[in-house]
Ligand binder design. Sequence first.
Ligand code: GLA
Length: 392
Amino acid sequence: MEQLLQETLRVFETQFGREARWVVTAPGRVNVIGEHTDYNDGFVFPMAIERGVIIAAAPAKASDDIPAGQARIYSVAKKKFVNVPLSGEILPGEQVQWFDYVRGVIAGCLEEGVQADAFVAVIHSNVPLGGGLSSSAALEVATATLLEEITGKTFNPVQKALLCQKAEHVFAKMPCGIMDQFISAMGEKDNIMLLDCQDCTTQMVPFVSEAMGILITNSKVKHALSGSEYPERRSSCHDAAKILGVASLRELTMEQLEAGRDRLTDRQYRRAKHVVGEISRTLEAAQAFRDSNYAEAGKRMYASHDSLRDDFEVSCPEIDILVEIARGIGPDGGVLGSRITGGGFGGCTVTLIEMARRDSIMQTLRDEYVAKTGIEPEMFVTRPAQGAHIIS
Ligand code: GLA
């Protein structure tokens, strides 16, 4: 992150001719296990990663020449400026653009009575876009953190996560659950977060072992979550819960699901089976991490992947190849578990590895993935990182 910070500060000075007054950051995340359970009131087990969004900002000056009541924001990735209104009604646009996340959060802050004066800002990120590592949640939570810093008002962390989630729903038109914004706002260094999405309570599970690591492998296949697939999964789950007479799939046991199977379509049954099984696997994996029983945790990760591939149907051939290569390396080669992470349809895998074997694991994954798909993957090992915070 140090390099990203230096670049952000340099770009700020180049674009605005002075030093930034406020610098904030919010991380991306990797979900270790508990996929598509958040919008079913279940458990998720994500951690913040050592990649994120940095925003450097300063109060606007007359010489910036921006319309009154607006923020002028420069995106390093897009090499573009946009002006974003800071007050009044802001309507979502037709096509979702990167600055809609910023606009959505500013609108959400306004609803909470937090309004900033005109400012200029540079946004920079090293979270792969569309890679299933919550690049958008990082941008939302970083924006909310900046508004807190500018105005001196603070949200409680749950309120902050929820207003960022609303920005995603309304402005980015993606009906996501609460996991991504929660972990980006509340992640803690050296801890994985067990979040109960029913009552928004969290437990931190320490992951400090120097011997073990979390390897993220980007398949470089991009998903389009705001397409029809994610909302379809959400509806199937809600329909299944309604038909079986429970408030959410969290309330259902596997026995009850089997007993009610005839009342569901095959698709609804398989979607519900994934969710009910995944909620149990998440609790078991969290306990295994607590006990430093990484072999057990890894088994749950593989089972999660199989269920997401076969029953929830959110994997894709490239991701399945990555997981199979990892499985092939196996415990003797230092790999304990691997699965797709995030919403699905491409993106990244999360793999639990022995750090001593890190180089050979990465080499094998790379070589075999390239041989099978012709795609060069991107890989990095990360420790659980701190959630959103002020850098200066
Ligand atoms: C996306 C959503 C999350 C969650 C995951 C699937 O990342 O933003 O809320 O539903 O998919 O676990």
